[in-house]
Design a protein around this ligand. Sequence first.
Ligand SMILES: [Zn+2]
Length: 148
Amino acid sequence: MAASMKITCLDCGAVNRVPADKLGAGPKCGTCGTRLTDGKVREMDANALAKASKTDNVPLLVDFWAPWCGPCRMMAPEFAKAAQALAPNARLAKINTEEYPKVSMRHNIRGIPTMILYQNGKEVARQSGAVPASAIEQFVRSKAKLTG
Ligand SMILES: [Zn+2]
């Protein structure tokens, strides 16, 4: 029997449990019905970040960005490509540090874009600067424990 994995809904913040071998079966949030592992980059709020970063067994890569940051905007399509490539075994999300300035302090962000990889309730690795999709994917594959 596959272990169940905790995975936070990045839309409503509810914590779901999904068997590891069902991550690719289109699991939906039990609270709001959002698909949890559809490979789309989610814009998250501070609450969802706090919960997911402390809870999720499924690797979560968060892009700390801001609308005024040119390199951040340049990386957005690369980040989206990497999200598709890594689904359903890892999730990619972004948080607008202009909208949620406190998260930069809480997560010790010194420059953007910065990507932080979380798994099993803790930070696994971080990387600053805009990079192509292949490097984002490689970063997650080399640092996280992927189930598939
Ligand atoms: Zn939800």
